[in-house]
Design a protein around this ligand. Structure first.
Ligand SMILES: Nc1ncnc2c1ncn2[C@@H]1O[C@H](COP(=O)(O)OP(=O)(O)OP(=O)(O)O)[C@@H](O)[C@H]1O
Ligand SMILES: [Mg+2]
Length: 166
């Protein structure tokens, strides 16, 4: 499967959410969003925007599911927000039976998605978030960042890979 890649830059959490909201409006049932980025880069922040775009009620708060693993939200279609941060062991992840969600009736948004790389559908939309003032090196699995200029701490690079089916 080929990808169409686009990169964006945001300068505040609000801009990241607005970006997410626009993306969320384009999503449909069965879409899977794989979020990849270091701690605190903005995966949950982006998810909040996406959920708004998919149409969750304005009074619903999208929070980090780190301790719960999965949160479900009602919107135009159900949203399953999954966070694999606490699950480094890929066998444990396999045991969870996430395919039920990934192949399910809703939209799946997965933080730390690289931890289930093998179980991601090849139609999934991958989004890498990095601190802008950082050097990024490594491949999908090992990408790490070093902040070089603290003044740029609110700048994020968002790289989105849309699969193109043919
Ligand atoms: N441009 C930006 N986009 C998103 N978040 C930003 C931006 N600038 C600053 N921030 C801050 O970065 C933090 C991002 O936190 P968030 O919980 O979304 O990260 P995360 O990637 O989900 O972290 P974790 O790996 O712990 O789940 C927030 O405190 C947010 O206010
Ligand atoms: Mg998070």
């Amino acid at each position: 499967m080929e990808n169409r890649n686009e990169t964006f830059r945001t300068e505040s959490p609000e801009e990241t959410q607005t970006f997410g909201e626009k993306l969320g409006k384009t999503l449909k049932q069965g879409d899977v969003i794989a979020l990849i980025g270091d701690l605190g880069t903005g995966k949950t922040c982006l998810t909040q925007g996406i959920a708004r775009g998919v149409g969750i009620a304005p009074d619903e708060v999208v929070s980090s599911p780190s301790y719960i693993l999965i949160n479900e939200y009602n919107a135009r279609v159900p949203i399953y927000h999954i966070d694999l941060y606490r699950l480094e062991n890929s066998e444990k992840i396999a045991e969870l039976g996430l395919s039920e969600y990934v192949e399910g009736d809703g939209i799946c948004i997965i933080e730390w998605a690289e931890r289930m790389a093998d179980a991601l559908p090849d139609t999934c939309i991958k989004i890498h978030i990095t601190l802008a003032a950082s050097t990024s090196h490594g491949d999908d699995e090992t990408r790490t960042s070093i902040l070089q200029n603290p003044e740029d701490e609110n700048i994020r690079h968002i790289e989105i890979q849309h699969p193109i089916s043919r």
